[in-house]
Design a protein around this ligand. Structure first.
Ligand code: TRP
Ligand code: SF4
Length: 344
């Protein structure tokens, strides 16, 4: 068998529908996904049920936010011809498998998940003492296993969830996969963690209000860069600075060309350039990255049904794979609907 005729490995990843995405979401996940589409058979899921684990009391934004996420995915270059792009809540088999996995997942495993403890402590304005919130990683495991995914590209913050998925996989295969493992153990593919600062120098995050959005038009990008914090050592134009301790320097490292980076390095350290000039170069790089995406986005904003149709078609494809997996799952558990004479 030649390499190209071998079955491509399957990828699954998901994102919560938080609304419009920012540059941190792009470099932290989406950019990586876009690059995987040719090498892998990819499934990308808007995990709207996961939104309910924290936002169950107010569901009014979920659908709109899902559509916004889809716009940004398509704008960034996720391609429905290559990848299956779909909505979790319309593939009921995720819930079926979640139920079965919940039966075999020890409570202690869930209580130990770091994000569980952290969020219970940090999020005080919602009651997270729910069954669904504790079970969040079990639903995530179902998302992955229902497609028998080999590889799960995620950021560092999700690594513990994928590890738990692997433990659940081993337990499931141990109980029901004696003849043949039902699920492959999914591998974590860590997204190279680019340190993307927001405009205030802290990690870019919706909750800090320091984001640059993928859909921000050029004047907004330029304005946000103007007010971005810099190396505090550069008080005056004549003070030298250090791009390694400057959030704008971090943006250059991620988005600018080698040539620009060299000019920044040299100019900043010798006070040969001013921060205003330096920031305008960073803005140039961002605008250059974002404008083709925004061009693609426009088509979907003008006609949102186009994006919705893509999600719908993807969801149909996902359902087909998921139903096949459930057939295997039922068979492995001796619970298929096929009649078998008693005692056989
Ligand atoms: N928990 C993930 C996050 O918050 C989202 C997610 C849900 C996911 N299901 C998944 C990621 C399956 C990868 C695979 O980012
Ligand atoms: Fe930061 Fe650029 Fe100013 Fe140096 S010149 S401190 S890298 S903004």
């Amino acid at each position: 068998m030649t390499a190209s005729s071998q079955k491509r490995k399957r990828v699954l990843s998901g994102m919560r529908p938080t609304g419009k995405l920012h540059l941190g979401n792009y470099v932290g996940a989406l950019q990586n996904w876009v690059g995987m589409q040719d090498q892998y058979e990819c499934y990308f899921c808007v995990v709207d049920w996961h939104a309910l684990t924290t936002d169950y009391a107010d569901t009014s934004q979920i659908k709109e936010n899902s559509l916004e996420v889809a716009f940004d995915w398509l704008a960034a270059g996720l391609d429905p011809e290559k990848s299956v792009i779909f909505m979790q809540s319309h593939v009921p088999a995720h819930a079926e498998l979640h139920l079965l996995l919940s039966m075999i997942t020890p409570l202690g495993w869930l209580e130990r998940v770091p994000t569980y403890k952290e969020q219970r402590e940090n999020i005080k304005d919602k009651d997270l003492g729910t069954y669904g919130f504790l079970g969040y990683p079990v639903l995530q495991a179902a998302d992955i296993l229902i497609y028998k995914a080999d590889v799960v590209p995620v950021g560092e913050d999700q690594a513990a969830h994928i590890e738990l998925t692997r433990e659940i996989t081993r337990r499931f295969n141990g109980f029901y996969g004696a003849k043949k493992p039902v699920f492959p153990e999914p591998q974590t593919l860590l997204t190279p963690a680019a340190k993307l600062p927001g405009t205030d120098g802290r990690k870019m995050s919706k909750s800090y209000g320091n984001t640059i959005m993928m859909a921000d038009p050029e004047p907004v990008v330029r304005q946000k860069l103007k007010t971005m914090v810099t190396d505090p050592a550069r008080v005056r134009r004549s003070d030298p600075g250090n791009p390694d301790v400057c959030p704008v320097g971090d943006l250059h490292k991620i988005f600018s060309s080698k040539e620009t980076m060299a000019k920044v390095n040299d100019g900043c350290r010798t006070a040969g350039i001013g921060c205003i000039e330096c920031k305008s170069w960073a803005a140039d790089a961002l605008v250059q990255l974002l404008s083709p995406m925004q061009e693609r986005r426009r088509k979907f904003e003008e006609n949102p049904k186009l994006a919705w149709d893509i999600l719908e078609a993807g969801t149909q494809r996902a359902r087909k794979t998921a139903v096949e997996t459930m057939d295997d799952v039922r068979a492995s558990m001796g619970m298929s609907l096929k009649y078998e004479a008693p005692g056989k």
